[in-house]
Design a protein. Structure first.
Length: 310
């Protein structure tokens, strides 16, 4: 299976030229205005992460996401680390993953020997909520012995979260820190849900899975509700601004979230090439010749995108 992703500026420079610093990367759904990094204590780098720091992060996560009593929380070095290990720590033969969606889930289950289907009853089910790349929400999560609800982009709409389902046996709700907080390089993610499943995942990750820096920054960021509220408003405003620019250039809105927008074009590859000639990287998909996905530009990036589109 093709495991295509956003990013890949090095490949873009090889194809279209320019230096890495010249490029505006709109191929991901990462907040372009990240949470401001605080000064980090030296022990973040020099000492093994201690239990107190891990406990503080888990408590901050429990408060931020209003995690119900009875559901556990596991911090990990990115949601992708959890996605790769979940199929290896569960029993079953068939998983249902409705598509098109984020391709790492199917790739990870296939690598672990599972059969992947888009519909029907299975030993496991996965939904991405809101979905990537079209942004659709799932009103009700599936009911399977193992149910994975990937909420990597759901912090833009906390009222739509299915975290209340995390007390059900076999349920895991995944959260990504890198998207909404814009700190993808910190490598921090969370699984919320069935404590027995989380214990197996913790064993698979091993000790000290999350760095001292990620524990420190994550605890502060998850406790900063005002920043989160302000960011949701800004992302919504910027998404509307991006839509206006791209629609005026001839595309149609096909979906998305406030962190990324999906457009329908006559020829997505042509649009991607046109933008790339201005050192702006968009995202196309192997299963659609018309879909173009763009992340939000930085404040100075909007003018640059407008010039490229005209």
């Amino acid at each position: 299976m093709t495991r295509d992703h956003g990013g890949g500026i090095d490949a873009a420079t090889a194809r279209w030229g320019g230096a890495r610093a010249d490029w505006l990367d709109l191929s991901t759904g990462i907040n372009p205005i990240p949470y401001p990094l605080p000064p980090l204590p030296p022990e973040c780098w020099t000492a093994l992460p201690d239990r107190a720091a891990q406990a503080a992060l888990i408590e901050a996560a429990r408060r931020f996401w209003t995690v119900p009593e009875g559901a556990g929380i596991l911090a990990a070095p990115g949601a992708s680390a959890l996605i790769a290990r979940i199929p290896l720590t569960a029993a079953g033969k068939r998983v249902t993953i409705p598509g098109p969606t984020y391709n790492e889930h199917a790739a990870s289950f296939r690598a672990a020997g599972w059969q992947v289907a888009e519909s029907g009853l299975s030993d496991a089910a996965v939904i991405v909520h809101p979905n990537n790349p079209d942004g659709r929400f799932h009103e009700r999560p599936p009911d399977a012995p193992l149910t994975v609800i990937d909420e990597s982009f759901c912090d833009i709409a906390p009222d739509r979260s299915h975290v209340a389902q995390a007390t059900r046996p076999g349920v895991l709700v995944l959260k990504s820190f890198g998207k909404f907080w814009g700190l993808a390089g910190l490598r921090l993610g969370f699984a919320i849900g069935d404590p027995a499943l989380l214990d197996r995942l913790a064993d698979a990750l091993g000790p000290w899975a999350v760095s001292g820096a990620a524990l420190h920054v994550g605890t502060l960021a998850l406790g900063d509700r005002q920043w989160a509220e302000d960011t949701r408003r800004r992302l919504a405003d910027d998404a509307r601004r991006l839509d206006a620019l791209v629609v005026a250039a001839g595309a149609q809105v096909a979906g998305g979230t406030p962190l990324f927008r999906l457009y329908r074009t006559e020829d997505a590859a042509d649009w991607k090439d046109r933008l790339a000639r201005h050192q702006i990287l968009g995202r196309t998909f192997p299963y659609s010749r018309t879909w173009l996905r763009l992340g939000l530009p930085s404040p100075e990036g909007f003018d640059r995108l407008a010039r490229a589109l005209t």
